[in-house]
Each structure stands twice: as C-alpha cells, then as structure tokens.
Design a protein around this ligand. Structure first.
Ligand code: S3P
Ligand code: PEP
Length: 421
C-alpha cells in the first residue's frame, strides 16, 4: 500500500478521459455472444474491463487485444461447461455474467476481490431458488458456485437495488428458447444504464420491447457481429468538469455531448449550480464560476455523486443530495465515505440514511484521508486538493486502477502535484 501526498495546485490543460467503462462492458459481452468477428475500438483498459474480457474468454469466446482494439469472435462462446470467472472488484462483470454464464447447463465458480462479495446478489438467488438452480456462496467474500441453466419465463426484479441485474438478464434472455418478460417491481433507479444496454443490444441485432417497467423479450434471437467504437466516459469526465467549475482550467477532448450516458448529468447539475459549459475546438470545459447550492436526486447517477459533493461543498448555501442510499452498496459505503472525507477537510456535512446535507465553504483544509479502496473516492479527493489550503494525504491511491489506471499521470500532466510515499 502506497500513500500519496497531494499538494494543493490548480489544474490546467487538455485531457482525454478513458472511454466509457459501461459501454465497453456491454460491447464486449454482445460481441462475444455474436457469431463471427466484431471489432471494438477505443477500449480503455482497466481492472474492471479486464474482468469482463476474462469472463467471456472463460466461456470460450476468442478475444484478441491489439492496443486499444479488441477483435472478438463468439463462435465458440458457451463451449466450456466448467468455468471459473474472476470478476476482480467489478459489480457490472459479476451481475452481467451470472445470467449469461447460465445460458446453458454448466458449473460456474465466481471469484472476486475487495467488497464485491458483500454487494447484493439476492435478486439472482431468488431466481435460482425459483428455477431449481443450485448455488453455494460464502458470507462476505465472493466465492460463489452455481450449477444449472436459466429457463425463460417471467422475472420479477426490484428496480431499486441495482440496474445491473436487469442488464444481465437482458443479455441472456433473448438467447433462451421461449419468450420472457422482466417486470420491474419498484421504481427503476440508474435507468440510463438500462437504456445503454437496450441501445447496445439493438446494435448487435437483438430486439427488446418495453413499456415503462416491463420488458418483453422474444426468445431464440441471435446476436449479429458488429463493429463499435467506444466514446469518452462521462463518469470519469465528471471529475474534471467539477475541477473546472471549482476554479481549474481543464478541457476534456473526447466527450460526445449527444451521449446516452446518464452521467452526462454532471454537466446539467453543474449548470444548475451556476457553472457555464464552454465548447472549444479542443473540447469541453466547465468555466470557473461562483456556485450556488442545489437539491439533487442521486438515484439516477450514483457514480458521480462523490465528486458532485465536492462542488456542493464549495457552493454558496446548503445543498441536499437525496435518494442516495444505494451509494452505500458500491465499492465502499460512498455515502458515509463522502461525508467522512468532507468532514476531515473541514466541511460541515450531515449524513442521513438516504441523503447528505452539505453546507458550502470556501476552501478545504489539509488532511489525511482514506480512499476506502474505492476509485471514485480517490479521484474525488484529488479534485478536492485543487482547492485545499494544505496537503491531502491519501492512504492508498492504487484503487484508481479499477476504472482509470492512469488517473494520477493525467492529474500530474495537468499540473497536479503529488509524491508517492
Ligand atoms: O450498468 C452499469 O454499467 C452500471 C450501473 C450502475 O450500477 P447500479 O445500477 O447498481 O446503480 C453504476 O453504478 C455502475 O458503475 C455501472
Ligand atoms: C460502482 C461502480 O462499478 P461496478 O458496480 O461495476 O463495480 C463504479 O464504477 O463506480
């Protein structure tokens, strides 16, 4: 474990953020479910994406990596009947792969690290119980054995634990014999991620009908090979968009403003707080602006909330971040962690079960901070350092490898100042 000391410094320059992790997971899975070769370009490698590549290879898909391009051939996918899948710490990989791996009868062993074994999977266990699929798991660590096969039918799934369960089912149900229906039994949160799934499925030739919270899935469909270029990641861009709004001068060179990514909300939220977005020939930036407090709903864009909380902490007035309970079931309890970090840096924050209330201040004070082995927390803390009066000492910054391995290189290129200890 290496601690990292970040000295206060303003950021300035142009950066290309990694390409979308969510879109990359989906493109890799769809391509590996299609017969023939698909070429997926502009992949940003990270621990999470490595996990999904490894998972589809374990099932039999051929995936050749050349720089940022993946050549994926699904002709032999599903040929293996005893499979071990290491998900690293990726919730997406786990919840997408559990149903996919059960496309036909096999034994699958899921492993993973960090807090992944503590993140909810009960939605799948309920389905296994109903369908007679055998499974054995341990408390607290990911060590899950499953044996069986998923059959088509009606799946009642809550919408307020994780949309990833629904995405996982949407990948596999079109391949099963017989039609299926997914009925989402409580208001769907993280809905934009389902839209990303439906969009990617359509590109690969899969048709899903849906109205409100019900998805109708025709069985015996076939994925068709398709070439796809992954666009810039708005969840990562959010760090630098907030950096801009709080006084830095960072332009992001690779964002698609027409993107369907839900974390594009970072721009609209910052605009509501009074920041102005500027489009320049080099890319997009948020202009340093006096920020006003905001009352916002975290349920549709959970991943950007820690860094949006940084903007709230530097806004005039008291901000409320509501419907934030699901932040507690990410790589760490991000609701508690965000509150703890802001408090350590001198901010007046209140943690509620489902919300946080943040009273704006002018500057952060220096502090020793945990990163909670959570990439989003480490990156949020680095952005805070740009408006801090003393050093921020992060206990371990290596967790950024989950989604953005070269985050601190980019940070330094922009003028950020850190020493590894
Ligand atoms: O489908 C996806 O790509 C994701 C869905 C979201 O999870 P929830 O649906 O659990 O909010 C998000 O937090 C995660 O980082 C990626
Ligand atoms: C929560 C995240 O990812 P996952 O659920 O895939 O682990 C994330 O990237 O912030």
């Amino acid at each position: 474990m290496h601690s990292l000391t970040i000295h206060p410094a303003r950021l300035q320059g142009v950066i290309n953020v990694p390409t979308s992790k969510s879109l990359a997971h989906r493109a890799i899975i769809c391509a590996a479910l299609a017969k023939g070769e698909s070429v997926i370009t502009n992949i940003s490698m990270s621990k999470d994406i490595e996990a999904t590549i490894g998972a589809m290879r374990a099932l039999g898909a051929t995936i050749i990596t050349q720089g940022t391009t993946l050549y994926i051939n699904g002709n032999d996918t599903f040929k293996e009947d005893h499979v071990t899948i290491n998900c690293n710490e990726s919730g997406s990989t786990l919840r997408f792969m559990v149903p996919v791996a059960l496309r036909n009868k096999r034994q699958v062993h899921f492993t993973g690290g960090g807090k992944l074994g503590q993140r909810p999977l009960d939605v799948f266990y309920d389905i296994f119980d109903k369908q007679g699929i055998a499974y054995k798991h341990k408390e607290g660590v990911l060590d899950l054995f499953i044996e069986g096969q998923l059959t088509s039918g009606t799946f009642a799934v809550p919408g307020d634990i994780s949309s990833q369960f629904i995405t996982g089912l949407l990948f596999v149900l079109p391949l099963l014999e017989g039609d299926s229906k997914i009925v989402v039994t409580s208001p769907l949160q993280s809905k934009a991620y389902i839209d990303l799934t439906l969009d990617m499925l359509e590109r690969f030739g899969i048709v899903i009908d849906h109205e409100d919270q019900v998805f109708h899935i025709r069985g015996s469909q076939q994925y068709k090979a398709h070439d796809y270029e992954v666009e810039g990641d708005f969840s990562q861009a959010a760090n630098f968009l907030v950096a801009g709004a709080i006084g830095n001068d960072v332009t992001i060179g690779n964002l698609n403003l027409d993107s369907k990514q839900g974390d594009r909300a970072a721009i609209t939220l910052l605009e509501k707080m009074g920041a102005q977005m500027k489009e320049t020939p080099a890319g997009i930036k948020m202009m340093p602006s006096p920020l006003q407090c905001i009352s916002l709903d975290a349920s549709q864009c959970p991943d950007i909330i820690p860094v949006i909380a940084v903007a709230c902490a530097l806004a005039q007035g008291t901000s409320q971040i509501m419907n934030a309970k699901r932040l507690r079931i990410k790589e760490c309890d991000r609701l508690a962690a965000t509150v703890e970090v802001l408090k350590a840096c001198g901010v007046d924050v209140i943690e509620l079960e489902d919300a946080m209330i943040i009273r704006g201040t002018d500057l952060f004070r220096g502090a020793r901070l945990q990163t909670y082995n959570d990439h989003r927390m480490a990156m949020m803390e680095a952005i805070m350092a740009t408006r801090s009066v003393g050093d921020l000492i992060l206990d371990d910054a290596s967790c950024v490898a989950k989604s953005y391995p070269n985050f601190f290189e980019h940070y330094a290129l922009l003028g950020g100042s850190c020493d590894e200890c």
